[in-house]
Design a protein around this ligand. Sequence first.
Ligand SMILES: NC(=O)c1ccc[n+]([C@@H]2O[C@H](COP(=O)([O-])OP(=O)(O)OC[C@H]3O[C@@H](n4cnc5c(N)ncnc54)[C@H](OP(=O)(O)O)[C@@H]3O)[C@@H](O)[C@H]2O)c1
Length: 416
Amino acid sequence: MSLRDPNYTLCVSRLTSEPVVVRSPKPTHVPDHHILIRVDRFAFSANNITNQVLAEHPHFRHKTHGVLPFWGFATVIKSSHSKIEVGERLLGFFAPTRYLVLPLSDVGEVSMYIPRPHLPADRSIFSKVVRCKSDPAYQPFTEDLMMLYRPLFWASYWCEDWLSCSDYRGNCENLLVSSASSKTGYLFAYCARNADRDIRLIGLTSKKHVSFTKHLGLYDEVYDYDTFLTTKTFQSNPGRKWIYVDVNGNAALTTKIHKHFSSDYTGTLAASISLGLATKSPIVAWEQQLALDAQLGADPTLEPNFHVMGQKSSCANDPDIWPQREQFFTPEWLAVRKKQMDPTEICALAKSEWSRLVQDCQGWVEMEQVYGIDGVVKAYERILHGDVAPDKGLIWSLWDQEAQVQADNMMYQTRL
Ligand SMILES: NC(=O)c1ccc[n+]([C@@H]2O[C@H](COP(=O)([O-])OP(=O)(O)OC[C@H]3O[C@@H](n4cnc5c(N)ncnc54)[C@H](OP(=O)(O)O)[C@@H]3O)[C@@H](O)[C@H]2O)c1
């Protein structure tokens, strides 16, 4: 082990959710068709927690610590693959670490994959690594935005596209979005606004996030969870049709909304879409999920991450839940669209829609870069204690400072 250049990895205790940084030898052996990457920076949002929670399997629970997956940028520092050169810039779903050895498959011009045969084929999106030099949307100065927004934007974009393809379930005029202050929530609102339909966007959020959510200017109305049912919007307009896009994932809130719309004196809820689980906590989440499933009579053999779009979600057996909950999951809808759309059309759309977002999102959040082991641990602890304002874009690095990242990357590139 090199004492001057060890590896550090951010792990999370499965018992307490507390962060722990593990020191290990820097990997030196790179087997055939592998690369050694240096993970420079990664972005944090609730999506990382959800992905970790959903990927947890009881089989691994005897292990005391887990690793959250993060979208981040990395640089290749060693390669045994003929198509990948040292110095190449990559964007992918990486572990929060300094160094990582990755096996590769399906190396193409724009992307390649980390083989994960235990995952269903349509989950390969999580194993995709983008090769920045050939990515039409890549611009070095937008790296922070790419880490923070790219996966969430495309989930929101394709969710809106999914609703649009169903003509907003019979031309619903009202879209209700929970966790409206979350990036997924407001990116969905942004996409729905761009769709240029005659709709009203209504955001629900916590009291402390109302002002931020209003300030975004993406919703027509914003209310807090405690008082929204008493407002005029919810107390009138019995003839109007609503779609509920739930990013919050709190069963009590869903039940409250469904009950409200079951009255003859309110509007009609035409669809209830589960888009996110922002309230999921990494701690005991699996046990909570199993308990909830048991309470609602769901099939205990169904893993929460393997719900299929359009099929029953675990809330479906609750008699108070109507209309039946539907799960939106990007890879499943994208698989449908890939059969309907030309690949060049999707590629052009990816570039133009992303460029539009980069222009429009200025001022939504303030980027907060945290460098170094202590800084990242403290930042994660703040999240655990719920101390994160939605107006911050969190970018973390286990390296000590940006200068160190850039200098080292230059060094690797000049060795080419
Ligand atoms: N279905 C898909 O394909 C797909 C794709 C992308 C993301 N998602 C999901 O969408 C959800 C939102 O992700 P995001 O990355 O956009 O989140 P984010 O920006 O980090 O969202 C933060 C917001 O989540 C809400 N929240 C509630 N409890 C929280 C807690 N304990 N800790 C932190 N935030 C909490 C708060 O909003 P309010 O006060 O407004 O409630 C908070 O402002 C995640 O569950 C993610 O996995 C799903």
